[in-house]
Design a binder for this molecule. Structure first.
Ligand code: DGL
Length: 279
């Protein structure tokens, strides 16, 4: 495995860009291939089997692109497929999920009760409660599926009346009344972090997986001696399985005007390369 090789990062859509842009900022010499499976968005509504199939096919695609490390920048895919992906591919490539880094970070903090907001696929798995309570048996965990948030964000509704009303409705969940911290257990949610923090004020800490994942990436690159040379100029590639305006818009917010979206399509359950979407 070459240190000059790219890091592969995938999600169902724009959410994983919150993780990808933090990785790009922290490791400016690392090339990144980002894969947004927009044709299958939202993963949170799909069956475990479907998410496992999409994730395994994407990991094979990223391995074929020569990635040295793969970050599953999606909680729904981490919940449904991380174990399977590790079993199947960890001999070929290092794989990082977004759930265990956030659970480990949370278990180290001084909190008693933690709220979790996530997609249905993530809450259905109960994985945050399981991991948190294994790490700290005194923690109380309450999770809520906040299904409308991903389509709301993908449609570009943040910081307006619509997003306020939806966020307030969800966060007034009675079980969240006495939480000390709220975990944003979907990589889309950092895009509405401020609105969530404003709802709670200082009384609740709001945490996401971005920094804990960046830390994991750093540890892994060092341990495996896979850090790109300091002199390397990073290249970024963005693959999508269905072109959406919001993906292009958000990608440009994070990466400026230079991004070029490339298209890959699902055909008969396999990924097939197609033409670049723009020059
Ligand atoms: N951003 C994703 C997650 O962290 C997926 C959202 C979705 O496609 O439902 O769960």
């Amino acid at each position: 495995m070459q240190a000059t090789a790219p890091i592969g990062i995938f999600d169902s859509g724009i959410g994983g860009l919150t993780v990808a842009s933090a990785i790009a900022k922290c490791f400016p010499q690392e090339s990144i291939i980002y894969f947004g499976d927009t044709a299958h968005l939202p993963y949170g509504e799909k069956s475990i089997e479907a998410i496992q199939h999409y994730s395994a096919t994407i990991v094979e695609f990223l391995i074929a692109q020569g990635c040295k490390l793969i970050v599953i920048a999606c909680n729904s895919a981490s919940a449904a497929a991380y174990e399977l992906l590790k079993d199947r591919y960890s001999a070929k490539v290092a794989i990082i999920d977004v759930i265990s880094p956030l659970a480990e970070y949370t278990a180290r903090q001084k909190v008693k009760k933690v709220g979790v907001i996530a997609t249905k696929a993530t809450t259905r798995s109960d994985i945050y409660a399981q991991q948190l309570m294994t790490l700290n048996k005194d923690l109380e965990v309450s999770a809520l599926a906040t299904t409308l948030l991903v389509p709301m964000i993908e449609e570009g509704f943040f910081d307006d009346n619509i997003s306020h009303a939806i966020i307030h409705k969800y966060l007034s969940y009675p079980d969240f009344e006495d939480i000390d911290a709220l975990l944003l257990a979907c990589t889309h949610y950092p895009l509405i972090r401020q609105e969530i923090q404003d709802y709670f004020g200082d009384k609740v800490q709001v945490w996401d997986s971005i920094n804990p994942v960046v830390e994991k990436v750093s540890i892994l690159l060092n341990k495996r001696k896979l850090s790109a040379p300091k002199t390397q100029t990073a290249e970024y590639k963005f693959w999508v399985t269905d072109y959406t305006k919001s993906f292009e818009h958000t990608t440009r917010i994070f990466y400026g005007e230079t991004i070029k979206l490339e298209s890959v399509q699902w055909k008969d359950d396999a990924l097939v390369l197609s033409m670049p979407l723009q020059d």
